[in-house]
Design a protein around this ligand. Sequence first.
Ligand code: HEM
Ligand code: HEM
Length: 226
Amino acid sequence: MTTILQYLDPLLFAVLPYVALFTFFLMTIQRYRAATFTYSSLSSQFLENRRHFWGMVPFHYGILLVLTGHVLGLLIPDRILAWNSHPLRLYTLEITGLALGLLALVGLVSLLLRRIGTSNVRVVTSPADWILHALLLLQVGSGVYLAVFHPWGSSWYAAAAAPYLWSIVKLQPQLGFISAAPLAVKLHVTGAFLLVALFPFTRLVHILVVPNPYLWRKPQVVRWYR
Ligand code: HEM
Ligand code: HEM
């Protein structure tokens, strides 16, 4: 089993990243040029509002802060390592990351249950939506698993995962870290590349439509004129 997986390493971690990045840039630009008005996440709030709120809000705040943490680990790994050199600061960062990951997970599960359980929302859910929600569940679930069972992720992310990701950017993939990594890490990283590849084909494109006041605007009020 381990051997088969090791054979897959070059494919998953040296080829897939470039296929994903190529697809991302090409198709994102192509979709913007060909179908600009599809650049959104079509709202289903007017079909069901209560579960929508309790899923959408925790999921977005959780995932946006977690992804900010991921980007900081990539951009300033030395400062993250320096911050973590004191145990109390390390625990604070790890617990904050885990809490935000759980917030995103609870929000996502509730969004998924809403789509499955509310018939008029289910009807407007496309195959791409199902795939995206399933992939996000795998990604957020495996992230929380890493945070719990592979401590101290913020440190090894900065020390080992960030150099691997930079080696991809520099077009010289170094597979040392990833080949030796546990299965859960490989799953999490593969999930990230799949999300990048599927980005232009899903509602994830709404992330690019900024400035976007939705996160802080007042809840929408829908009125019926009879
Ligand atoms: C730039 C920050 C972001 C803003 C302003 C934003 C805003 C929105 C809005 C307005 C909706 C539609 C809400 C509705 O149904 O009325 C939405 C839905 C969604 N967003 Fe975001 N978003 C952001 C980032 C993200 C990120 C980083 C992800 C995932 C990695 C994400 C995943 C989703 C998903 C999956 C849905 C559909 C949820 C459902 O209806 O089941 N968003 N977002
Ligand atoms: C190749 C890119 C990625 C790498 C190397 C990576 C690595 C990691 C690591 C090491 C952790 C554990 C952090 C800790 O214990 O404090 C983690 C957690 C997490 N990741 Fe990722 N990740 C990647 C991409 C993503 C993406 C694209 C998403 C979501 C769309 C995501 C969502 C999460 C979540 C929700 C957590 C749990 C919360 C946390 O501990 O910060 N990751 N990731």
